[in-house]
Design a protein around this ligand. Structure first.
Ligand code: MRU
Length: 358
């Protein structure tokens, strides 16, 4: 795997049954790993954003099921303990559907193998989690190929938050499309919105683009209207945490505002996401649970208090972009155009055992 795939940021050790996660809270200043061996540790790592981004959360959760199985032990009653741990794991973050999807997929693999022993399940789940991880990178590469066709030589692409290799199993969704277009020889430059409060754009997207040698400007979240009005943005590409059956998209807070601006200035806004981010059981964006995080993240900036005491803060981590504002949804199965309901219903589910072994 090429180094820019960043596949090494999520590493599972079979022998020790441990999960090593590159600590994204400290990037770009420090490259340190956090090791998880229990569900409690992994849930904390997910909540505190050691690992974040919907597909990366899903891949980590798949490995997390192996940690849960080890923790449940092979003694009588392990099945109940395991289910209890899986429920804790899937509740770690509410919006990114990839988390619930991954845990449910592991459950269904277990069910479809009948009355399987603890040892057999351990082997099967480790293999399944690895296949899910590989599948995610392959899906991102396919998405990149489909999406790159939408980009032209000379485009300036604005993106929000981090939908790159770090947010996935590797390669990235929105940033994967940019990578693929650059690999095709197109000259693309990027505007990374800094993405308050946790600065995923400044710390992670800019870091990935610099590592890749792709020209990048950093902009405040509130500069988008100005930049678009001056004709400095050709396209916007973002990722997704959940796509409802009608094509409404939950993504990092600020995405819907960006979509409204893009509509006003006639800049196409694209969403790039794999089918594991699509949730057809959620009819519309209004039904997607939005994570509300600790207000302290807003009241502080890079660890320093930025607002007077006595102030409270709104800290919704995501918002909903109505499908009408999205010019296309780029998936590993092709580019979907609005209206999305029928095209979304026609998406195939991920098959992790087909062609994902290598
Ligand atoms: O809170 P985060 O950092 O997990 O939010 C991440 C995003 O909003 C991403 O855009 C989304 O998960 C897609 S990542 C390919």
């Amino acid at each position: 795997m090429e180094s820019h795939d960043f596949c090494g940021h999520i590493q599972f050790n079979d022998r020790e049954c441990s999960l090593m996660l590159l600590d994204q809270r400290n990037l770009p200043l420090k490259e340190e790993f956090v090791t998880c061996t229990t569900i409690e540790q992994l849930v904390l790592a997910l909540r505190e954003m050691v690992v974040r981004g919907a597909p990366a959360i899903g891949v980590s959760a798949a490995y997390g099921c192996c940690l849960a199985l080890r923790e449940a032990g092979g003694e009588d009653g392990w099945q109940e303990t395991l289910e209890h741990l899986l429920q804790k794991l899937e509740a770690a973050r509410p919006t990114a559907v990839n988390l619930r999807w991954a845990v449910n997929h592991m459950r269904s693999v277990r069910r479809s193998n009948g009355d399987i022993s603890w040892e057999q399940l351990k082997e099967l789940w480790v293999q399944t989690a690895r296949n899910m991880h590989r599948w995610d990178v392959k899906a991102n590469r396919a998405m990149g190929e489909h999406g790159a066709a939408l980009l032209e030589d000379g485009d300036v692409v604005m993106t929000h938050c981090n939908a790159g290799a770090l947010a996935t199993g590797g390669y990235g969704t929105a940033l994967g499309v940019i990578r693929a277009a650059v690999a095709q020889g197109k000259r693309i430059s990027v505007i990374a919105n800094e993405t308050r409060p946790l600065l995923q754009g400044a710390r992670l997207t800019a870091y990935e683009m610099v590592q890749e040698g792709i020209p990048v400007h950093l902009a405040c979240d509130n500069a988008s209207s100005m930049l678009m009005s001056k004709g400095l943005v050709s396209k916007v590409i973002v990722g997704a945490d959940r796509i409802a059956a009608n094509g409404d998209v939950a993504n990092k807070i600020g995405t819907s505002g960006l979509a409204i601006l893009a509509g006003h200035y006639h800049v196409p806004l694209y969403v790039a996401a794999p089918c594991t981010t699509v949730d057809t059981s959620t009819p519309t964006g209004a039904d997607i649970p939005i994570e509300c995080r600790d207000g302290d993240e807003i009241l502080h900036c890079l660890g320093t208090r930025a607002a007077p005491f006595g102030v409270e803060a709104y800290n919704f981590a995501f918002d909903i972009t109505p499908w009408e504002l999205i010019a296309a949804i780029i998936t590993e199965q092709g580019v979907l155009r609005p209206p999305y309901r029928q095209a979304i219903a026609g998406l195939q589910s991920a098959r992790f055992f087909e062609g994902s072994e290598n």
